[in-house]
Design a binder for this molecule. Sequence first.
Ligand code: PLP
Length: 431
Amino acid sequence: MNPLAQQLNDTIQRDNPNIHAMLSRLGRQIYFPKEGILSQSAEAGSKAKQFNATIGIATEGGIPMHLDVIQETLSAYNPKDIYPYAPPAGKPELRKLWKEKMLKENPSLADKHTSMPIATNALTHGLSIVADLFAEEGDVVIMPDKNWENYELTFSIRRGAEMVYYPLYDDNWMFNSAGLREALFAHRDKGKAIVVLNFPNNPTGYTPGREEGQAIVKAILEAAEAGMRLVVVTDDAYFGLFFEDSMHESLFSSLASLHPNVLPVKVDGATKEEYVWGFRVGFITYAAESEALLAALEQKTMGIIRATISSGPHPSQTFILRALQSPEFEAQKQEKYRIMKARANKVKALLDSGKYGDVWSYYPFNSGYFMCLKLNTVPAEQLRTHLLDAYGVGTIALGDTDLRVAFSCIEEADLEKLFDTIYQGVLDISQ
Ligand SMILES: Cc1ncc(COP(=O)(O)O)c(C=O)c1O
């Protein structure tokens, strides 16, 4: 074992042996090299006043070398904020502002101990860091049966973990925290589980209410008290897009300081919140009682980043930083929120109007980008292909009965036509 990795492990073991026990083999072995190229050039950055011949970028006239064909389209930006490598953990000012934003949007985090957010190559990368650090062959990853399909690649195919699903809704169409509890206790013998919570949920657009949120936390607490070590990941990809009276905070706040057997990890980012899907800017944030432990987890996270992508994209981080600093940011975001909310409301009004009879019902939704129809009379995949071929309408079929509709990319004025067409598609097939 590398001595730096050993040091980090010793700190984690000392401050919370349960978290040490959650680490995967890779999680134990990884470390961020302190004496490598990055740290030597960081040292040179402050001390090498005559010549700095350290890191692998090129400079000219004291600024990063660059091509005019690139810079002429980016002239609002200083070359130093675009071309050099971003630090492996992300631009410090961006990390600071993201944390401030997180605290403002999640007021109950105020008295909790959390790390600085570490920048990732968007949320998928944050999730894969969690998988690298904590998922081992045979570990269980527990999540609702309606989930983002990529979790399976990230946790199971890539890291060998076993996926365990429970029904998302209970008989009253509320979040099935009893199902979560059952899934946890069914794997109590393993002594460890990774729990993924994703609200607003992809694909259903569901966020639980406050009491449902408390029931989720209670189920997790009970499993922790029964001796299970739990890495609980909140995938907050669609955070903030809450259109009704659901929870408006991430469960990360309630999970922080819950129990020494619970390691809350928040994965979030600008992708969906700031409508910058291709920018690839996300964050991973840990909650734990000890600063030294948080610092060790940060070092291990930076180790994975260094080993996989080395560092995230600098231009995108600069773009997001500038947006967060802009006085117009809040107002512009609010304007887009209103558009998304109006679309969600319109979808609900259409579905509740009775005009589509009982060919389908819909899963409760109140947030995010999507909603899901539950088809009563025709198979989802057959309807999907028919809608594409006959009407040029694209939807996502999930399982036998579910059709996901992304109202996020349909103008409000077009929603009625969209659902009328889906309805017509059902009638065509039923004949
Ligand atoms: C629930 C959920 N998590 C994570 C992601 C991935 O986000 P990113 O594009 O930032 O990697 C998505 C994207 O569809 C998602 O729906």
